[in-house]
Write a protein that binds this ligand. Structure first.
Ligand code: AMP
Length: 219
């Protein structure tokens, strides 16, 4: 197995998903978002989705064992020679340590962890205004990136909706959880000297370009 990976971590609303989508379009990194996979499992009402549902609706973290199962399944059944970009994973020190053991066993390599930093007001405003296409998953924002026709996806014509965990009360809980969990996670990667901090209040295109410039050149 020759897997290489990078990780995007950041407060909810830091723009991880948008930045990851841009990077995916111009590199051969595969975007793997645990949030997206869990939402898909809920939509399909798989046993895993049913288990994760209540946690996600309340804005709490899904237990580490469930998340790890999701990620391992993807890596075990996916390409054996690939570049992965994890978005929203790991989110706790325990997840980071488990990922590390898995990577050591599989001779995979974690190249860099990018911490997308943004002030709280910016993250709240991005989340409350975020709208997502039910059909293709494209992201919009009612002020910053409005669709041409209100409520309709520019890309595929699908219906736009607001994630149930993007409501104000749930956002506050998600931000508190991030503050609590991220300190140990960030120190862990700082100690490994692979953490890169990025100012994520800039446009997603700019952040994506800066990350791409820092990636090891891949063929
Ligand atoms: P996201 O799409 O990254 O904002 O994640 C949405 C929700 O999915 C989070 O609030 C958690 O409930 C759950 N989730 C996603 N990734 C993880 C993770 N690595 N660990 C625990 N819960 C997660």
């Amino acid at each position: 197995m020759s897997i290489e990976a990078i990780v995007l971590i950041g407060v909810p609303g830091a723009g991880k998903g948008t930045v990851a989508d841009i990077i995916e379009m111009s590199t051969n990194y595969i975007h793997l978002s645990t949030g997206d996979i869990l939402r898909q499992s809920i939509k399909q009402q798989t046993p895993l989705g049913i288990e994760a549902q209540t946690y996600m609706q309340d804005g709490r973290l899904v237990p580490d064992n469930i998340v790890l199962k999701v990620v391992m399944e993807h890596l075990d059944t996916g390409h054996k020679h690939a570049h992965y970009m994890f978005d929203g994973f790991p989110r706790t020190l325990a997840q980071a340590e488990l990922l590390n053991s898995y990577f050591e066993r599989s001779k995979a390599r974690l190249n860099n962890v990018f911490l997308l930093e943004v002030p709280k007001e910016v993250s709240v405003s991005r989340l409350t205004g975020r709208r997502i296409c039910r059909k293709c998953g494209a992201n919009f924002h009612i002020h910053n990136m409005p669709p041409k026709t209100e409520g309709i996806c520019d890309r595929c014509g699908g219906e736009l909706y607001q994630r149930s965990d993007d409501r104000k009360e749930t956002i506050i809980r998600r931000l508190q959880i991030f503050q609590k969990e991220s300190t140990d996670l960030v120190s862990y990667y700082e100690r490994q000297e692979i953490l890169v901090k990025m100012d994520s209040s800039k446009a997603p295109q700019k952040i994506a370009s800066s990350i791409i410039n820092l990636l090891p050149k891949i063929g």
